[in-house]
Design a protein around this ligand. Structure first.
Ligand code: SAM
Length: 268
């Protein structure tokens, strides 16, 4: 049997100009595009003959297995993720399928590759200035696939260690309270004036990016199309020439000991 290929690609957060040339050429050569329908809609129309397989957002395992089946049949399949496919996205779902003890032998016939994209936190950071300029931790607040107790433990550890925090999947209709709880936990380690970048639909129509003090954050203003960047003790605002709103950055150099607040909580 002649094998095909499965390319797992990142579309970036939305803007076509932020998509890599490699991903563009992989998309152009594909016979089949598979993905959550919202992300497939981000891919412009291709030559006739290319088949689209839209799916529900919660069918990750099935979607990955379907993509591998088609590639094993000799098709040139592209599985799309938003942002980077390795960050809370489809590359891990494909690896989980490949790691199955009952992995179908036919999948040996497929060449599997992963092609990177700009992740939401990177895009949001670029809009704000440079909030990720020093060490940061990326945490998904979704407790659909991991227990909330694990998320809380990670939030506490990362906040106590004074990482900047990039928070993905911050809230949804089915997860209404988690962000408020997360911000309260972080607030025990950070000054209420700590800048938080609230970035919604970055790189897409209707993009909004604002900077809010941690103590004034209203979780009700945040949804699934938003990524948050919570500053560390070192993160500060700066006037950036050419833009009206204040920018946010975290210096490369850690210029002082952590604030008394962070220091105290680290020693607790
Ligand atoms: C399942 S994760 C996928 C992340 C994606 N793989 C990435 O690297 O950006 C979905 C979460 O990413 C964030 N996100 C993705 N695209 C975004 C965008 N254009 N603007 C703001 N947040 C975005 C949101 O927090 C959303 O809930």
């Amino acid at each position: 049997m002649t094998g095909g290929r499965l390319a797992v690609v990142g579309l970036g957060p939305g803007a076509v100009a932020w998509r890599t040339p490699e991903v563009d050429s992989i998309l152009a050569e594909a016979t089949d595009l598979i993905g959550y329908s919202t992300y497939l809609d981000m891919v412009e129309a291709r030559p006739p003959g290319q088949v689209r397989h839209p799916s529900d957002n919660r069918e990750e395992g099935q979607r990955a297995a379907h993509a591998l089946d088609l590639a094993a049949e000799g098709r040139s399949v592209v599985l799309v993720s938003s942002g980077d496919p390795g960050v809370f996205a489809m590359a891990a779902a494909v690896m989980e399928q490949l790691d199955r003890p009952d992995r179908p032998p036919a999948w040996e016939h497929a060449d599997v590759t992963v092609s990177p994209g700009v992740s939401a936190a990177q895009a949001a950071a670029s809009r704000a200035g440079a909030p990720l300029g020093n060490d940061f931790a990326t945490i998904s607040l979704s407790d659909n696939l991991k227990p909330w107790s694990v998320i809380e433990a990670r939030l506490v550890a990362a906040a106590a260690a004074d990482f900047v925090l990039a928070l993905y999947n911050p809230a949804s209709r089915r997860r209404p309270w988690q962000l408020g709880r997360a911000l309260a936990l972080i607030g025990t380690y950070r000054d209420p004036s700590t800048p938080v970048v609230v970035a919604r639909d970055v790189g897409r129509p209707g993009e909004t990016v604002s900077v809010v003090a941690l103590g004034k954050m209203d979780p009700a203003t945040v949804d699934m199309r938003t990524v948050l960047i919570v500053g560390s003790s070192q993160t500060r605002t700066v006037a950036i020439p050419g833009r009206d709103a204040a920018g946010v950055y975290t210096p490369r150099r850690y210029s002082e000991e952590p604030t008394a607040l962070a220091q105290r909580t680290m020693e607790d």
